[in-house]
Design a protein around this ligand. Structure first.
Ligand code: HEM
Length: 330
């Protein structure tokens, strides 16, 4: 009898162990409810609501071709439609107060290989799983005291805090570095997988001097004027993980000494207002990947994909039913 009880409790432990080991799940609906809060801008994204469409081309130098079968890494040109934005749920927010700036791109190589990329200015997240990110958003909304307590309770936020303490926001979208944060695999013809993160860094090609804008729309106005003079160019740099780097933890930096490869240049040539613009109907879901690029097991990637779909579903319904409210969009 005793043996049977021991057997049953061991079995129960075995069954429940993987469940207990995981942080509680947060649904896409909960994420989007929290992110949109009481902001009432039907038709707009529930996060990164203020943005502007951009378009241009990626000029690949072929350097990543032996690492990935993705068509766009062959030497040549792939056009993109993209979007620059600031974090937050208000499409009228003042640009220079936003803590995070962003750049998203949608590539369609050979008209068959879709790739959606969405990047932010920090190189890492403060946390490594969706549950903790949800708690972080609650803390951000509660104010500086709550966020200080949150960071103190989450020591894994150290790499993010170190970055934040030295980050100096610039006066231009063109001068920021944008990071993938999450890692992905490059997969080559031999099915070899190389974990990478990437960054788009200002290439300073044809620097133009642009008026320093102030006011609510400073960053968007600045980029419009800059593009009227010349394209804006970024180097697309990939960092290759070493075997000891954890590709599934977006809160952990990899050492600076890791090999870096520039795959080519991303050139923004034009802009368009987001409402009715080419980027408006794009969901920059980071799991839309071409062959030759694969997702890691990073749980944040799945949470992002689900939340972007939910935000997209809400704004698409509102747009289709004509509920879109005026919001500053250029
Ligand atoms: C669990 C973590 C995250 C959640 C729940 C989340 C949620 C969202 C949501 C709901 C949207 C609006 C999507 C739409 O309506 O199209 C969004 C947009 C965006 N997110 Fe995240 N996000 C997360 C993490 C990240 C990370 C790590 C990055 C950067 C690598 C990022 C970059 C962006 C960018 C750039 C956009 C704007 C894309 C556009 O221009 O349409 N997010 N996010």
């Amino acid at each position: 009898m005793l043996k049977m009880t021991q057997y049953l409790s061991a079995l129960l432990l075995l069954i429940s162990a993987p469940v207990l080991a995981q942080a509680p799940t947060v649904t896409a609906q909960q994420f989007v409810d929290l992110q949109q809060g009481d902001s009432d801008y039907p038709g707009f994204r529930r996060a990164h609501a203020k943005g502007m469409c951009v378009s241009g081309q990626f000029i690949s130098n072929g350097n990543l071709h032996s690492y990935s079968t993705a068509a766009m890494f062959e030497a040549g040109i792939t056009p993109f439609v993209g979007r620059v934005s600031i974090a937050g749920n208000n499409p009228n927010a003042p640009d220079l107060k936003a803590p995070v700036r962003s750049f998203a791109l949608s590539f369609n190589a050979d008209n068959t290989q879709q790739w959606r990329v969405a990047m932010n200015t920090p190189p890492v997240m403060a946390v490594s799983n969706p549950h903790d990110f949800y708690q972080q958003i609650i803390a951000i909304k509660a104010g500086p005291k709550a966020i200080a307590e949150f960071f103190a309770a989450h020591p894994e936020s150290e790499d993010f805090r170190v970055w934040k303490s030295s980050y100096m926001p610039t006066n231009s979208f063109a001068h920021e570095t944008y990071h993938s944060i999450n890692a992905f695999y490059l997969v080559n013809e031999n099915k070899e997988h190389q974990a990478v993160r990437w960054a788009m860094k200002p290439a300073n090609v044809n620097p133009v001097s642009v008026e320093r804008f102030t006011g609510e729309n400073a960053l968007f106005n600045e980029l419009q004027q800059r593009l009227a003079n010349a394209p804006v160019v970024f180097d697309w740099e990939f960092t290759l993980a070493a075997p000891e780097d954890d590709e599934n933890n977006p809160a952990k930096s990899w050492p600076n000494t890791r090999q870096k490869i520039v795959a080519g240049q991303v050139v923004i040539e034009q802009w368009q207002a987001q409402t009715g613009g080419q980027c408006d109907d794009i969901n920059f879901d980071p799991l839309v990947l071409p062959s030759g690029i694969q997702a890691t097991k990073d749980p944040i990637l799945r949470a992002r994909s689900a939340a972007y779909a939910e935000s997209y579903r809400r704004r698409a319904i509102e747009s289709l039913t004509g509920q879109v409210k005026e919001g500053r969009d250029d």
